[in-house]
Design a protein around this ligand. Structure first.
Ligand code: BG6
Length: 466
């Protein structure tokens, strides 16, 4: 029997759902600048949550949710590099938090879900130490404002995904391929995580603080020694440098020594390692979309190609890290979405078991969901049986992991409603609630919304077990 306090919820992120990009004193983030400048589909209006948050939270309540995971937008809260506070932005999140509490919904707050203020990107973004310190000051403002209302805090959403996409793959802003900067930005985000945890403890905050990671549990194509070596390198690349660093306070030493051969690591200071060692998180949030199936590296240059175009580019994803490993995207026994994401619920069970065995701290599944093309324009709501099937199988995997001893305390579906899916635009729909972007952002709950309501209200008892 699942604990009665298990947090059933859904998740969003500020830039992806709020809209109101230039309202209420919000200043531009690096996403605004990059998307506007390159004339790309943007989140100027997103799901219009900025104006409709009351309706959205009412729907969460109707849908039986116990928690809502969302992020605060740094560019709404802090106006400039001097750290001046924007009271309108502060008030906006008080309103959201108050609305949640009024409706019996636990706010599960992320401090950074990728919308760095452009004024900091202008200074070199996360590749610079200055930004790390500025983040801690921003966190302090948030703790002081909302600390008496919020229990669950996460420093970062998916630092690995953010850094690799922006600094190595180049499909997110700032859109470069620069390994030295990738290493710097990675390090400074993990340092900022530790310094924020330290602040949280110094301020004697009444709550818990964690980090959210884009978890890709590692599987090998066979049991050979070459595959095992490739799997270790892939685990460092995908997972360990976030999880070991945030939870154990240790950056994987084999990874650092390989990087040290070619790159300058002198910017990492002894006192930074100390801070990382001493300030580890209370819980970990794992976002699970798919496992990473790994084979040994054979030849050729590094290729990191992500399908952000959906069906027109299906099968185009490729990940080869020179000298380290290759990722398999065409396993004949698997099914893949139109965006090349493998559907593999067993990976969630095994991933949780591995993480719990290795780290032994409470786990929240902070994102899990599946994207489809869906037509939400009609009168009838979308009957998304494929999503229901996907979610049932993944929740079943979590329940199995809990039965086998893992300490999983909550589950959040990505996403609460359809929203802006970064470089994939709005067409890639994840929501339990459909949004008719063409028609005044009308909210239209899908079949999965009603299905999930029963799951939340029965505390998981309606899940069909395998
Ligand atoms: C996670 C992010 O990586 O996955 C979300 O935390 C994101 O912000 C989600 O939207 C799904 O990814 P995508 O690229 O399909 O939107």
């Amino acid at each position: 029997m699942l604990d009665k306090n298990f947090l059933w919820g859904t998740a969003t992120a500020s830039y992806q759902c709020e809209g109101g990009w230039n309202e209420g004193g919000r200043v531009p983030s690096l996403w605004d600048e990059y998307l506007h400048k390159n004339n790309l589909e943007n989140g100027d209006n997103a799901s219009d949550h900025y104006h409709r948050y009351k309706e959205d939270i009412r729907l969460m309540k109707e849908g039986g949710h116990k928690a809502y995971r969302f992020s605060l937008a740094w560019p709404r809260i802090i106006k400039n590099r001097e750290g001046d506070v924007n009271q309108e932005g502060i008030q906006f999140y008080h309103n959201i938090i108050d609305e949640c509490l009024k409706n019996g919904i636990e706010p599960f707050v992320t401090l950074f879900h990728w919308d760095l203020p452009q004024y900091w990107e202008d200074k070199g973004g996360w590749a610079e130490r200055e930004v790390c310190d500025a983040f801690v000051r921003y966190a302090q403002v948030c703790f002081e404002e909302y600390g008496n209302k919020v229990t669950f805090w996460s420093t970062f959403n998916e630092p690995r995904y953010y850094v690799f996409s922006g600094y190595k793959i180049g499909n997110y802003p700032p859109g470069v391929d620069d390994t030295q900067k990738t290493i710097q930005a990675s390090f400074y985000m993990m340092l900022a995580n530790a310094l924020t945890v330290r602040l949280f403890r110094e301020m004697k905050m009444d709550g818990q603080i964690g980090i959210v990671h884009s978890y890709a549990p590692i599987f090998g194509v066979d049991n050979s020694l070459e595959t095992k070596i490739a799997m270790r390198k892939a685990d460092n690349y995908f997972n360990n440098w976030i999880l070991d660093t945030a939870i154990k306070g240790e950056i994987p030493i084999d990874m650092l020594s390989i990087l040290n051969e070619k790159y300058d690591l002198c910017f990492m200071k002894v006192e930074d390692f100390e801070a990382i060692k001493q300030n580890t998180v209370d819980f970990v949030g794992l976002n699970y979309y798919a496992r990473a199936l790994i084979k040994p590296y054979t030849d050729g240059e590094t290729i990191l190609r992500i399908n952000n175009k959906g069906k027109e580019a299906k099968g185009s994803s490729k990940v080869v890290v020179k000298g380290w490993f290759e990722q398999v995207f065409d396993n004949p026994d698997s099914t893949y979405t139109e965006w090349d994401t493998e559907i593999y619920p067993q990976g969630l069970y095994e991933g949780i078991m591995q993480a719990y065995k290795k780290y032994g701290i409470p786990i929240y599944i902070t994102e899990n969901g599946v994207a489809f093309y869906e037509d939400v324009s009609g009168e009838k709501s979308v009957d998304d049986q494929g999503r229901i099937h996907f979610l049932n199988a993944h929740i079943d995997a979590i329940l199995r992991a809990i039965e086998d001893g893992a300490d999983v305390l909550g589950y959040f579906i990505w996403s609460t409603m359809d929203l802006y899916s970064w470089k994939n635009g709005h067409e890639k729909r994840y929501g339990l609630v459909g949004i008719d972007f063409e028609n005044n952002f009308e909210r239209k709950p899908k079949s999965s919304f009603y299905w999930y309501k029963k799951v939340c209200e029965s505390n998981g008892a309606t899940i069909e077990r395998s």
